[in-house]
Design a protein around this ligand. Sequence first.
Ligand code: PLP
Length: 488
Amino acid sequence: MENRLKPMDAEQLREYGHKMVDFIADYYKTIENFPVLSQVEPGYLRNLLPDSAPNQPDSFQHVLDDIQAKILPGVTHWQSPNYFAYYPSNSSVAGFVGEMLSAGLNIVGFSWIASPAATELEMIVLDWLAKMLKLPEDFLSAGQGGGVIQGTASEAVLVVLLAARDKVLRRVGKDALEKLVVYASDQTHSSLQKACQIAGIHPENCRLLKATSSTNYALSPEFLSETISQDLTIGLIPFFLCATVGTTSSTAVDPLLSLGKIAKSNGMWFHVDAAYAGSACVCPEFRHYMDGVEVADSFNMNAHKWFLTNFDCSALWVKDRSALVQALSTNPEYLKNKASQANMVVDYKDWQVPLGRRFRSLKLWMVLRLYGLENLQCYIRNHIKLAKHFENLIAQDPRFEVVTPRIFSLVCFRLLPVRNNESHGNKLNHQLLDAVNSTGSAFISHTVLSGKYILRFAVGAPLTEEKHVNAAWKVLQDKATSLLAESL
Ligand code: PLP
């Protein structure tokens, strides 16, 4: 059969591209009409789509119609202004057009030669962002360190854990793997645990130290010190500490400087996870939450969370890039080239797990250039102001309480248990969460702190305004009223 396919025809790209941009723009115009949390049942799509792919091409309009009728009902609208769950995952016009360009060029920049601009722009843009965050100079690419864009914070912690593991094993001998110990608080994101599983760290050597309300769920340096001493006494080898600025459950901030000093005095790698809260630290008034980062070996923030850069874009900086390269480099014949052999360039394939990598720096570059630091600071401040506003609304209703101090744009709160019955209180808050989310008019999520079921209200979607916060609060209040009436 004659080959009629022209997969990258410029005129067809123009036609479909314009139509798709119109479709997406209309989506954003009408985004509030959708239930924020998708209300479909598991398996809903099987009944709506054919069993196998078509033999003959379908029309573009037909596909768009199917997206509208069949796909969008199964979408949870992360960009809705009424989205307050988990943490935000921002999109923006700048991030979107950067993503579009990245998809358009579709290069695979594993080494410098594979697309020099991809590597060089990534180095430059991460230096820019490092300066915005006032990271110490050791993290800049001019010295021994530098930044790299990983897909996610999970990949970031994995690669630095692998670098730290190999570094310590070179020192103490490769048979010592079973003695290596990792430390973090029990509030640390589960990605650390997954990284330990992948890196072969023995599960019993993964110390997730209990953090309590007495430290607002931050890791206690004394507790860390004691645990390390005990481990040393029994011949174990402490080698990795992960601290968090803005934990996932409640935005707790670990005391970086004290923790980092302990790590350093024990020859350990010190990683700082600021996946969510790192964005706030571009504002001078929040930068102090990162104080102590100067003693860290690596620092991570997700520009795709709260920094208007479409998913995925997780920025990781290290002080000693050779540690990453020693752990992760390979040098197969088919990738050899003059620039790499002469050690004149950075080959990002040696800083990450996969070989292939997208041109992700384009979207971060677009965000930084098209918005500028001042606008980005205002953006963050506005969300924090809205979160404060929500906190004030809660304070005016005696049926509710704010559970942990609000630091950034997340409010942890709950409906107070009736007659101090905590287990009934947990059930009540769970019911409240389900009741609110099933309305489709707002989406919030939950966590458990010290055995209490807590509701999380995270402000951070790009379109959220005060009216959306007020509307969500009204739904919460109304649902609480009904539930309390039922439980009498
Ligand atoms: N670290 C923190 C503090 C987080 O809040 C999250 C996700 O919310 C992660 C790590 C994991 O992020 P990612 O999905 O980029 O792996």
